[in-house]
Ligand binder design. Sequence first.
Ligand SMILES: [Zn+2]
Ligand SMILES: [Zn+2]
Length: 359
Amino acid sequence: MSWQDQFWYGSQTCKHFLTDCDIPPRNHKTIAKKENIIGQVIEEEAKKSCARSLEEEIQSSKTLECSYDAGWQTRGTGWNYNSISGKYRHGTLIGKETGKVLQFETRSKSCSVCDLHAEGPIPVHQCTQNWDGSSKAMEPDMAMSMLHKMKDSGHPVQIIHGDNDSTTSSSLKLEFPEIRKKDDKNHIKKGISKKLYTLATKWKELKSQSSVIPYLVRCFMYALAKANTSDDVHKGLSQIVPHIFGEHKLCSDDWCSFSRDSSNFRFKHLPNGQPLKEEGLRHALEEIIEMYKKRADQLVEIGSTQGNENFNFIVSSKAPKNRYVKLQHSLQAATLSPIPVFLASVLSETVSGKPHDKG
Ligand SMILES: [Zn+2]
Ligand SMILES: [Zn+2]
């Protein structure tokens, strides 16, 4: 087991692993000393990795188009929200053409060395605390910081994909009015699904069969995927509600087979193969569609933050959530907490170096 492995997984995990293998483990203090040395090297490497990826990105496209998303270790677990992980976030800017990390930032509200020595003199250490505002404000702050770094390096971002986090959007408008903002596919999909599941509490047709809502979401995403202009967005979205209520005049035969064989036409994913019937539901769906049509400009050629989500997944799998909880009172946590991000950033050149799917 290499030093890097021990560093990655933490001294306790390594100790258990080596003990199980009947190999004498290294002392945790020795590992902690090495962590400081390795940590700096990894951070330097991560920065170089970003610089190489930026070179590659600007070679691949004249327009610098990036996606942004933030992640934190507690996402999805729910049970340790008040632990150190809730005070720590990372953000990445990923190039659309290469799918590689071009910038990264971390924000941490705490440092376990400072916490441990809260009563007495604090020893000299590499303090990990770099934030004392609210957790919510970390996200826009990291986004602005990365965009400024890109601008200062002579490669300003021209188009950005991200979720609809309102504070990030307003900071963006204020500080970078020249950057074009695109909505992001994953967040739009989550948004429309959520709206439909909320409607399902009132309208039983939506929940009469588990395939109904996923089918409506697919129709919705398909209409956006093939739109090249805001008129296309309007047209595509206008077809959905009449289609699922059995009126096929607006449908085109590339996705609806009614015009080809109307007598045998059945809806595979709707109850009993039949169109939906509830008028109240129809009105509610039309209202949702109208809302999206108003934002048609932002829905043209939607971007994707899939690369950032993959990256966040790598970070969370390399830095298991339970380890943060176990380590939060130990000295190691101080140097470990931001490191998985840097390390994952280096790895992202090979691991998540996959261009966004263009679908
Ligand atoms: Zn500190
Ligand atoms: Zn149709």
